[in-house]
Design a protein around this ligand. Structure first.
Ligand SMILES: [Zn+2]
Length: 476
């Protein structure tokens, strides 16, 4: 196992690994890279960064599994946003997501894309440990370490960008081939590039500690998580130390800094515990393993929640419902009722499910995980039009692509094919898949009996999209 950051990796890789990496990464990746103009780009500009960020994210999407759970995504975005607000890059549009991978890893990619592996999330014992890694990554963004590395590298822009993508793929694979390339690259890494990386690591720790304190999270988590990582590195070892410059000096410096602050801040939250339990169940590929009757489970809310999720996963719905009903009487956390609503629905108790979700949506108005489950449950129970208005309302304050995706299902169930296609187009547009978005709008325009307004709106969307993609290629 190793822990590494894309940006850390990058700075390591830059000089020696560049060409080797490109050989390992399939030609397809290289071929996807657009011409980004000025081959001796010295300042990594906002436009280039956005474009690269989009490519970066799509490359991740095409090569890695993501945790596709609205509740966990809500949690990680919410925690990330809280931290980002207290950074020097508060105006940046940060994107936080969880990669479904057991490798202990986290990275800061271009255009404020912050990825956390499920392995790292699960290794964190409390919120402050997870947040410390995220704050460190946010600091890489706020200090523009990636941009500075790209400027410093002095390679041509296109090759630099290719390296970014190569590093992502290298970081994502555990095959012996990529490991070999990694070692070769690192063995040849120049000392000044290593120093540059180390300086950035210290800087990201220092600024990260400040972000944690300002966000009301105990920065002790950073020191504790370092200890975990170091203890892990001794048994699996050198690989980790080679890919990430964490040493005892870095740990003691963080320790001193945290001790000087001496803030009495919480290290954990109930949200973290629920999210941790949920991720543990969702990322467990052998779900039956943990099903053992255990009296101790019922005394602890988090254990009982986790046990209930395992029961749902094993289709033991009656037992799951009993447990969740008990739990929901003594703990108000919305995720308990969300699990209960899901269990009711799976157990063909749709009336109970809808009643509970209605109650939840009134109690937590605009809370995305509730809206999404409520909308889908309405849709599958023949109330698609109600689902549509619920989602449209949510779109007034939040326009994440998953809402369009859920809306498309509701429209489809409601027989509004043109609207379903349009929503899918909107979803693709949000995700940066402009060609696919255009195709959906085209198909929507071909539907019979379109109203004049719909026709006009779709034409406008199409033109705007074409115009923006043309502009982008003109700037290249
Ligand atoms: Zn780092």
């Amino acid at each position: 196992m190793h822990f590494s950051h894309l940006s850390c990796n990058l700075r390591f890789f830059f000089r020696r690994l560049l060409f080797t990496a490109l050989i390992v990464v399939s030609n397809a990746v290289y071929a996807e890279l657009p011409d980004l103009g000025d081959p001796t780009l010295k300042t990594f500009g906002t436009e280039e960064e956005k474009k690269l960020g989009l490519m970066f994210f799509q490359t991740l999407k095409n090569n890695l599994a993501f945790i596709d759970d609205p509740q966990l995504n809500y949690y990680i975005k919410n925690l990330g946003q809280k931290l980002a607000t207290h950074s020097d890059a508060a105006d940046k549009n940060f994107k936080f997501f969880i990669i479904d991978s057991a490798a202990i890893n986290a990275f800061a990619g271009p255009d404020a894309h912050i990825g956390i592996n499920s392995g790292l999330f699960l290794e964190s014992a409390n919120e402050s440990q997870l947040a410390s890694v995220m704050a460190h990554e946010i600091s890489h963004v706020s200090q523009r370490h990636l941009a500075r590395a790209i400027d410093k590298s002095g390679t041509s822009a296109i090759a630099t960008f290719a390296t970014v993508l190569a590093a992502i793929l290298l970081g994502s694979q555990d095959s012996q081939v990529t490991q070999a390339v990694l070692y070769t690259g690192l063995a040849g890494a120049q000392q000044n590039s290593i120093n540059f990386t180390r300086t950035n690591e210290y800087e990201a720790d220092r600024i990260g500690i400040g972000i944690l304190a300002k966000s009301g999270i105990n920065p002790q988590g950073m020191v504790d998580f370092f200890s975990t990582l170091l203890s892990k590195s001794s048994d699996g070892g050198i690989e980790y130390l080679r890919t990430h410059p964490l040493n005892t000096n870095r740990v003691s410096e963080a320790k001193d800094r945290v001790q000087k602050i001496q803030l009495n801040l919480p290290e954990d939250s109930q949200d973290f515990q629920f999210a941790h339990a949920r991720l543990e169940v969702l990322s467990n590929t052998n779900p039956s393993i943990n099903i053992k009757p255990n009296i101790a489970r019922s005394s602890n809310d988090i254990s009982l929640y986790k046990y209930s999720l395992e029961l749902i996963r094993n289709n033991n719905l009656t037992k799951a419902i009993t447990n969740l009903e008990t739990l929901s009487k003594r703990n108000n956390h919305p995720w308990i009722k969300l699990a209960l609503a899901k269990a009711y629905q799976s157990n063909n108790q749709s009336r109970q499910s809808l009643t509970l979700l209605k109650e939840l949506s009134e109690f937590f108005p605009g809370y995305l995980p509730v809206t999404l489950l409520y909308a889908d449950t309405l849709t599958i129970n023949g109330h698609a039009s109600k689902s549509i208005s619920l989602l449209k309302h949510q779109l007034q304050t939040n326009d994440q692509s998953i809402i369009y995706k859920t809306l498309a299902r509701a429209y489809f169930k409601n027989g509004q094919i043109d609207a379903a296609l349009e929503s899918t187009g909107d979803q693709y547009e949000k995700e940066g898949y402009y060609e696919l978005a255009l195709q959906q709008y085209e198909m929507a325009l071909q539907q019979p009996n379109l109203s004049v307004t719909t026709n006009k709106r779709l034409q406008t969307k199409k033109e705007t999209l074409k115009l923006s993609t043309n502009n982008k290629s003109e700037r290249q």
